[in-house]
Design a protein around this ligand. Structure first.
Ligand code: SF4
Ligand code: SF4
Length: 293
């Protein structure tokens, strides 16, 4: 089963849930620990909690246009077709701006002089290793200033080949834009982490829309639940028939422990059992192991 842990906004406790869910499954199934993929390639931080030793590193690149000035007539057709304004004709010069280019190839396709070729451009890396519990761990890291997170996420997922009965926990980028959608696609279950605040509810609504569009079953974990009566998240979940699978209280000891790089199951060991029970309830609900990605 591929479980993607996501949230409409950052800072809700998504990585806290994802890392502890992986640890709770590994504790119950030490012979077949889950695979963990950190797809939050712009700010990966799951390694701070799971502490893998990285053994492999692979560069990820896209193809970027290169202009042969000897052939270029400066007609401007490439600049007209580029919706990202990544190529421009300035007098007798045609310039490519690598930080804006999405490598779509349109400029090369329309150039009447065949003056554009494509060259590889590195945008980041995928790193693989194993945690002390034996969890196969992989993460993508986007180079600073690069705009294209999706190719790294796709490479990370393509390289991840779980064993037939091995589960996969995927830590999704926050938000609902292309990197989040690329991460969620192919999942068997979408675990949405939210907090009981108006902001949390607003972003939960957006995340649920994405899940519905992709046709993926969903459940909700309410994090930082301070019990102060903001009931709208519960009301929304009830109306949308979204099960609230777990609540994590808003406690100083949890916040301080996480700030020190400790996992939820280290700080509050009873959550290992709770997360495992939640996982079993998803399995028995009819969600089966899948290697689609
Ligand atoms: S389309 Fe080709 S010939 Fe025209 S400006 Fe661009 S690179 Fe030069
Ligand atoms: S490859 Fe696409 S994004 Fe990059 S400069 Fe050409 S048209 Fe623009």
């Amino acid at each position: 089963m591929i479980i993607t842990v996501a949230s409409g906004k950052g800072g809700t406790g998504k990585t806290t849930v994802a890392t502890s869910l992986a640890l709770s499954i590994a504790a119950e199934k030490p012979d077949s620990p889950p695979m963990f993929l950190d797809c939050d390639v712009e700010a990966p931080n799951a390694h701070l909690f799971l502490k893998p030793v990285f053994e492999q590193r692979r560069e990820v690149g896209i193809l970027m246009p290169q202009v042969d000035e000897a052939r270029c007539t400066h007609c401007g057709k490439c600049a007209e077709v580029c919706q990202y304004h990544a190529i421009a004709v300035l007098g007798e010069k045609t310039l490519v701006f690598p930080q804006l280019c999405h490598g779509c190839g349109s400029c090369m396709a329309v150039c009447p002089e065949a003056a554009i070729t494509e060259i590889p451009h590195n945008i980041g890396v995928v790193e693989r290793g194993r945690t002390p519990q034996g969890i196969p761990f992989a993460r993508g890291v986007l180079n600073v200033g690069e705009p294209m997170a999706v190719p790294i996420i796709r490479q990370l997922k393509t390289d991840a080949v779980p064993q037939p009965d091995q589960h996969v926990i995927l830590d999704c980028p926050p938000g609902t834009s292309c990197p989040a959608v690329a991460s969620i696609q192919g999942s068997d279950f979408l675990l949405l982490v939210t907090e009981p605040t108006p902001f949390g509810l607003h972003d939960l609504r957006l995340a649920v829309q994405v899940g519905r569009e992709l046709g993926i079953p969903m459940g909700v974990i309410v994090s930082r639940d301070d019990g102060k009566g903001y009931s709208e998240v519960d009301d929304f979940c009830r109306a949308e028939q979204l099960p609230i699978l777990l609540r994590i209280p808003f406690e100083r000891v949890i916040a301080e422990g996480i700030a020190q790089g400790r996992t939820l199951v280290e700080i509050r060991p009873e959550y290992s059992r709770r997360l495992w029970d939640m996982f079993l309830s998803l399995e028995t609900a009819g969600l089966h192991t899948s290697t689609k990605g």
